[in-house]
Design a protein around this ligand. Sequence first.
Ligand code: GUN
Length: 291
Amino acid sequence: MVLIDGKKISLELQSEIALEVKDIIAKGKKQPHLAAILVGDDPASQTYVNNKVKACQNVGFKSTLIRFETTVSEQKLLSKIDELNNDDDVDGYIVQLPLPKNISEQKIIEAIKPSKDVDGFHPVNVGRLVLNLPTYVSATPFGIVQLLERYNIPTDGKHCVVIGRSHIVGSPMSILMAKNTKLANCTVTLCHSHTKNLKEHTLNADIIIAAIGKPNFVTADMVKEGAVIIDVGINRVNDASLAKGFKLVGDVKFDEVSKKSSYITPVPGGVGPMTIASLLKNTLIAAKKEF
Ligand code: GUN
């Protein structure tokens, strides 16, 4: 079994991005700039956004964090988005999700200028992904295909089972894995909460991508010997023995599934760090105006 080290690959990618930034600046061009909007004080969202901002510093990007109270109006948020859309210094920006219930996430996402939507959430960018056109692939799916590539894990003709159909991970992941590219070219089965006999599908999978947000959901009896296991879950489970009061566990029961797998991502340290590297890569693409 090979443990896929997402932290190491993420740092490698960040070093490559940092070299490109040096080159851009040496040519007298402006420093790439990522902005992030964070609404409210959800601890997990704060951690994610802080990590994104920190990563910008590591690679030499300029970053701007824009914070709003949970009570912010949709209108106020939309006017900030309009400002960022028209700010030539900002190459790309993200609005951290989830947003408070009184704000329409869809309306906010659709207000983002597609050329600055480095999360790849805008319907134009999702459509471009479906049509195999150059686009911003959302960070988690992009991170996963980069992990498969860096570990030389064959995908051509393989059966990939994606569990979960969220807009952020499961749906774009299934599209990406089915594409005729050197990074994918799989036969894909997209499973979800209404899938009957889930185990019948997963037992046939060469690659399982678990993105359901349920701790320890994928167990050894669901997995074929030698399968590649990608665990997207980051679930907080109470643990009174730890000072912070919780631990992070994935969607895969790591101890038992790892024994049957050929490759597996740990939680933490697997897919998570890759999402940051992907966001930085998308921001670099935006700064270079590649499409
Ligand atoms: N919430 C969970 N994951 C993400 C992400 O990749 N981008 C944004 N904007 N919000 C998220």
